[in-house]
Design a protein around this ligand. Structure first.
Ligand code: BV8
Length: 252
């Protein structure tokens, strides 16, 4: 187990960033490890607007397979540890996840910002209807179309409510993170990244912003990732084993 522990005092603010590594012990494939998703699928083809325009059947099959895998998976001890920590900290805790598998919410976290969207939400490619909860699988044509557009005589494909490469992240999510960091400034502030290769921006840049606001920066990861140098403390190991005893919350 990790000898070093994160001490959470009465007014410590904790911002956690998670990536695919947190879900690996739940049996969900990561992206860039060996056997990862990007070994089988060209990123451009399945996680970009151009890829969807070129072959929406392939993209809906890719995300339907991941919907099915995520539904068959369960949160692991790493997810449950983060849910317990949120219980202890309340509004002094925020979980920013790059994961779209919904496992943090199923483990009990509520203060979550899903900056890359959610596998279990769908939206229209044409109208501005709100993204809606959706677990349906579309492994073969016909692909789902927007019923609201159809009522107006327009054909419009539905798409997973996922942030693809080259697409902007939801400004409301970025504002929420910024507000949390601004509130954390002037208090003891810890930034903890778990299970992420630090390869994708702007998520990978959050550690730099947090440091600039005085955060102590921790990284828990199976390997030293691209941006390991930005972190003061790096704990190498599986998150499902490290997280349960990493954080010590001072009694209120
Ligand atoms: C944007 C879709 C503005 C959801 C994803 C050049 C420089 C900087 C930026 C860019 C650039 N060129 C283009 C960009 C922007 C681009 C980007 O960052 N590209 C990278 C590749 C260079 N970013 C964007 O396009 C973003 N939008 O910037 O808008 C803009 C607009 C136009 C042009 C420019 C800018 C949108 C980013 C979101 C993309 N969508 N996925 C999905 O399908 O899931 S990103 C995808 O990667 C996933 O969301 C995933 O979460 C994310 C990061 O991957 P990780 O989660 O870190 O997973 P990975 O497999 O990589 O690593 C897992 C880690 O876990 C490993 O280190 C492993 O060792 C570890 N691990 C494994 N098991 C365990 C473990 N750790 C602990 N315990 C274990 N058991």
């Amino acid at each position: 187990m990790s000898v070093q522990r994160i001490q959470i005092k009465r007014d410590t603010h904790l911002l956690v960033l998670t990536g695919a590594g947190v879900s690996a012990e739940s049996g969900i494939r990561t992206f860039r490890d060996s056997g990862g998703l990007w070994e089988e699928h060209a990123v451009e083809a399945v996680a970009s607007p151009g890829g969807f325009a070129r072959d929406p059947v392939l993209v809906w099959r890719f995300y339907s397979e991941r919907r099915r895998q995520a539904k068959e998976s369960a949160p692991n001890p790493g997810h449950h540890a983060l849910a317990r920590i949120e219980e202890g900290l309340g509004s002094r805790f925020l979980l920013v996840t790059q994961n779209v598998d919904g496992l943090h919410r199923r483990a009990g976290n509520q203060r979550i910002t899903e900056i890359h969207g959610s596998l279990f939400e769908t939206r229209c490619t044409r109208c501005d209807r709100e993204p809606f909860a959706d677990e349906s699988l579309h492994l073969t044509p016909p692909l789902p179309e927007c019923d609201l557009c159809a009522r107006k005589g327009q054909k419009a494909l539905l798409r997973p409510n996922i942030v693809w490469f080259g697409e902007m992240l939801d400004p409301a999510n970025m504002l929420r993170i910024d507000r949390f960091m601004a509130e954390a400034e002037g208090h003891p502030f810890v930034f903890l990244a778990v299970g992420t290769s630090g390869a994708v921006y702007p998520a990978a840049g959050l550690v730099v912003e947090a440091r600039a606001r005085g955060a102590q920066t921790w990284l828990v990861n199976a390997e030293a990732p691209d941006n390991a140098r930005f972190f003061e403390i790096f704990i190498k190991g599986p998150s499902g084993r490290v997280l349960p005893d990493l954080i010590e919350v001072e009694a209120p």
